[in-house]
Write a protein that binds this ligand. Structure first.
Ligand SMILES: NC(=O)c1ccc[n+]([C@@H]2O[C@H](COP(=O)([O-])OP(=O)(O)OC[C@H]3O[C@@H](n4cnc5c(N)ncnc54)[C@H](OP(=O)(O)O)[C@@H]3O)[C@@H](O)[C@H]2O)c1
Length: 230
């Protein structure tokens, strides 16, 4: 069987959009949820869109986490700490956790166009403190609109991948580049997630102001820095 991608908190728009795009790219996907019924319903929805040959299953978050060493976290910021603590015993040693969490102020009743200060510097760095030793956190996909991911057109967004581990960085870049319209770019150390996460709040503000689904494009780098196609 192909190495599955487990999306924890995958029943929301961000997780579903990524699941849809990777299922279309022929990847095996496990959607995680606090409720196995919700996970299975979400998986059935993706299979219905992609076709019978797609491989998408639904599991409770802990089972999804235990079933793969390639994990994506797409929960709201207010759920990140508790979920990672709960999942601690479920992680396989050597796993990669791709964190797409944005610490939006809406998590505490504020505006989605503002971010919260996080002691560790970013939601991704907070995740890195919470996962068991040997699990590598990579920050990515925070700037990709879930509306765009859930559509049928190319996504038109560059994905800045931030990690302190070159091997994990390479694997996540390869995964991001499978999404049509996405160009994955080595975004440097995990600490850069604090800047990338803040861009999302700006994009949300732009979406409200202009009624759109904005993303980012980085220009001026050598062609070899871009992985994937516009
Ligand atoms: N939406 C976007 O366009 C977008 C783009 C880039 C990044 N992001 C980031 O990606 C993350 C997910 O975004 P989203 O819009 O998909 O969020 P969401 O719909 O609010 O939440 C995603 C899923 O997380 C689970 N969840 C909700 N509250 C939880 C809690 N307290 N503890 C554990 N699980 C919880 C729910 O699944 P179950 O009820 O099935 O467990 C929900 O379906 C956020 O951090 C967001 O900032 C979003």
């Amino acid at each position: 069987m192909k190495r599955p991608i487990a999306i924890l908190g995958g029943t929301g728009p961000a997780g579903m959009g990524l699941a849809l795009r990777w299922a279309r790219a022929g990847e095996t996907v496990i959607i995680g949820s606090r409720s196995v019924e919700r996970a299975q319903e979400a998986a059935a929805g993706i299979r219905a869109r992609v076709g019978a040959t797609s491989s998408v299953a639904g599991e409770e978050n802990a089972a999804a986490c235990a079933a793969s060493d390639l994990l994506v976290l797409t929960v709201p910021f207010e759920g990140q700490v508790a979920l990672l603590k709960q999942l601690k015993p479920a992680f396989k040693p050597g796993s990669i956790l791709i964190d797409a969490t944005v610490p939006l102020a809406s998590s505490v009743g504020g505006r989605a166009s503002r971010t919260l200060g996080v002691w560790q510097g970013s939601a991704a760095q907070q995740a890195a403190e919470l996962v068991p030793q040997g699990v590598t956190v990579v920050a990515a996909f925070q700037n990709c609109s879930a509306d765009a991911l859930n559509g049928d057109d190319p996504v038109e967004c560059d994905v800045l991948v931030c990690s302190d581990d070159p091997n994990a960085m390479r694997q996540v870049i390869e995964l991001a580049a499978k999404i049509p319209g996405v160009r994955a770019i080595d975004g440097g150390k995990l600490e850069n997630a604090r800047i990338v996460e803040r861009i999302t709040a700006l994009l949300i503000g732009l979406n409200i102001r202009h009624k759109g689904h904005s993303g980012i494009r980085i220009t001026g780098l050598p062609p070899s820095s871009y992985h994937g196609s516009e």
